[in-house]
Structure formats: C-alpha cells, structure tokens
Design a protein. Structure first.
Ligand code: GLV
Ligand code: MN
Ligand code: MN
Ligand code: MN
Length: 405
C-alpha cells in the first residue's frame, strides 16, 4: 500500500505554475487532462473500472453487486485555483485511492458498489461557475448556459469539453449518476485554522457556508493617460477601487460575513490607457442566505452611488449562488461512530469553502472529512498537510467507508 504522500508525489510536477507559484490546473487544460489520465491509470491499477460520464465526471468503480444504484461514492476534484496548493482537491482523490487499498488489505467485502469520483471545474477558476460537474449532474444549472461559458482566452466550455473528449451535446442532469449516488463522502484538506485550534488531525464536516459570485462591470470613458486632465475623466478603475473598499466595509459590519474581490480586469488594460471598462468579481459568503443576499444588494447599491459620482455605470451579474448546507445528520453520526475506533472524540467543524458535497446534498446524503492544514492557508501555494496527517485521513476515510459499505 502506498502512502497518501507517495500518491500525491506522483503528480507533484503536473501543472506547476512558476510565475504564480504553486499549481494552476484549470479544468480541461493540459495539466488537468494529465491528472485525469493519471487518475485513470491509478484506479485501473487498483482493479477499478474507470468511466467518464456525460458531464466529464470520472468514476472508478469497485462493483460489488450487479447494480450500481445506491452506491457509496467518495472522491473530490483535481482542478485548482490559479496558483493554488497541492492538496485542495487532489488530497481527497489520493486519499480515496489509498482507502481502497486499505479496504482491500482489510479483506472488506462490500455489500454495495463503491465509486471514487473526480468532479471537473470544482473551483470555477476557468469558466467562472464553481462545482460545475456536480451542478450539471444534479440539473441545477442549464446546460445551454454551461456550453457557452467562456474562459479568458475566449474558449467556450463546449470547445474545452470537446477537446477533452467529452461531447458537450450531452451535458445535463444525469439520471444514472443520480441513482448511483447512495451516499457521498468527500475528504478535503481543511482550509482554515480550524484543526490547528482543535489540535486534531481530522474532523467531520458540519456545515458549508453559503456563497455566491457576482461580476460587476463598471463602464467609463476610455481615454489617453497623458492628454486627459484629471478633472475630465470618467475612470472606471477609480470607481472599482472604491467598490473594493466598500465591499470590505459592508462585510466587516456584518458578523460572520466575508466579501472578497480577488479578480479584477481592466479593459483594454494598458499602462498609458484610462480603462473603458473594469470587470471585478465579488465572492460573498454568510451562513444565512438572506444575509448574503442583503450584503450583495448593499454592495451593489454602494457601487451605483460610487459610479454615479465618478461618471461611470455599474452592471451586476450573478454568476453562481449556493445556499448554506448542513451535512446529513445521520451520516455525521455514522462517521462519528466509525471514527470512534481509531480517532475517538473527532471534532466537527464547519467550512467556509465550497465543495461538490454541498451540491450533491440535493440528491443524496453527503458528508465531509477534513484533514489538518498546519499553515491554516489555502488557495495559495502555502496550503499544506503533514505526511502523517494525510495517512491518518486515509485511515479515517477507510474506517468510514468500511462501515458504510
Ligand atoms: C472553493 O474552494 C471555494 O470555496 O470557492
Ligand atoms: Mn478550493
Ligand atoms: Mn476543493
Ligand atoms: Mn447504472
């Protein structure tokens, strides 16, 4: 049996991004496609039978009975944010493969089929819509909208899918996959300092913070940086700067709220050019969905005031929204009792991050396991997991799967 770190070491060169640091593994880019091939090989070597479904989700099956309906599914994603860490996504996939090894070693004979799944575009880093694979599977997003999503190079999701060997005509709710998922358990690196503070290697997920993404386009007057007097400008960058500060202020005034502008695009983007438009993306999160809605309304209202003052116009477009998810209570109990043997007193922990487990909760009981991240930093090259903790995570996952199989 390999350690989780040994499995992850085998992909440590794929998708490195020297200019940003860390990894850039956008969905269906060369790097992510290499990771998909790697997964196919690793799963096949373990005697699992690998299939790609109509939405580009990879399934590695351990068929225990004639039917795959109501199977136990585990897994995560292999795509990353730009300049992300090595663990967000791949840890859950590598741990699932190692958990299969452990179950085989233990001589477990499953009473239902088990699948390790890999979901495409969890981060929404290339096409803007997070958890795209699971949203397509559950039918919570319109396939026509998805087909026409465009990356920064102008490639559509339909074109990128086709290049990855997935026919975009068939995207959409997948009744087979819906029937197949009896329970879903996702292991994931912890993305804050929750487990450092709790002094524990693993935790059971309790809730997933509601969140949404909005694009704010601020239109102004493109012009010459040298010939345009300061008083004569309608500069959307000046408006954007104030919107960023307003978002911080509005979120800071609301207990438990987060608002982030992590991406901003001036058009056309020249040093000696006053931009004609600035697009910025807002990520807003709160445990109460109504509060998330009121936060974005406040930010939008403030943006309109700022833009009116600066001679610009603001247009807000919602790109995605996911409500707060409470993971299945009964499944959490099952996890706690399975972990009672090797990890007594495993804590429960909410997460501020989004996950496919949140989306799949609409069609099946879902649960999450978190593994300690000693830096407390994620979506950054500094995200980390100690080797011993990674192996503890795989043992915990195997314990859980064994009880659920
Ligand atoms: C995904 O990791 C997210 O929380 O945005
Ligand atoms: Mn992430
Ligand atoms: Mn993730
Ligand atoms: Mn079937």
């Amino acid at each position: 049996m390999q350690t989780v770190s040994a499995v992850l070491d085998s992909i440590s060169d794929i998708g490195r991004d020297p200019s940003r640091g860390g990894y850039s593994r956008g969905v269906y880019t060369g790097a992510e496609r290499s990771l998909r091939e790697w997964f196919d090989a690793e799963a096949t070597a373990r005697g699992l039978s690998v299939e790609t479904d109509r939405n580009g989700i990879l399934w590695a099956w351990w068929d225990a009975t004639d039917s795959r309906d109501g199977a136990l599914v585990t897994g995560s994603h292999l795509d990353s944010v730009p300049g992300g860490g090595a663990f967000d996504g791949p840890l859950g996939v590598a741990s699932a493969l190692v958990a299969v090894d452990l179950l085989r070693e233990r001589g477990v004979e499953p009473r239902r089929s088990l699948a390790v799944a890999v979901f495409p575009e969890e981060e929404g880093s290339r096409f803007g819509l997070s958890c795209l694979g699971s949203r397509l599977l559950t039918g919570s997003v319109d396939p026509d909208t998805v087909r026409s999503l465009t990356d920064t190079d102008g490639t559509t999701f339909a074109e990128a899918s086709r290049a990855a060997g997935i026919d975009p005509a068939h995207l959409g709710r997948d009744e087979d996959a819906v029937r197949h998922i009896g329970d879903f358990v996702e292991l994931h690196v912890e993305q804050g300092r929750g487990l450092i503070d709790l002094d524990s290697a693993v935790a059971i997920g309790s809730t997933m913070l509601g969140h949404g993404r909005w694009r704010l386009s601020i239109a102004g007057q493109g012009n010459h940086a040298g010939t345009t007097l300061m008083a004569d400008r309608a500069d959307p960058m000046i408006a954007a700067a104030q919107v960023v500060l307003a978002a911080r202020k509005i979120a800071a005034e609301q207990d438990g709220a987060r608002a982030t502008v992590g991406r901003l695009q001036p058009v056309p983007g020249g040093t000696n050019v006053i931009a004609s438009r600035v697009d910025l993306w807002l990520d807003v999160r709160h445990e109460e969905d109504a509060v998330t809605a009121s936060l974005i309304e406040k930010i939008h209202g403030q943006a309109q005031k700022i833009c009116a003052f600066e001679g610009c116009r603001a247009t807000l477009t919602e790109e995605s929204r996911s409500g707060t998810v409470h993971f299945d209570g009964a499944l959490q109990h099952t996890l706690a009792s399975a972990l009672g043997r090797s990890f007594p007193g495993t804590p429960t922990l909410p997460t501020g991050a989004g996950h496919d487990a949140g989306i799949l909760g609409a069609i099946a009981p879902t649960a999450m396991l978190f593994v300690r991240n000693p830096t407390g930093i994620s979506h950054s090259p500094e995200e980390f997991v100690e080797r011993d903790d990674a192996d503890a995570g795989a043992v915990a996952l195997a314990d859980v799967l064994e009880d659920l199989l």
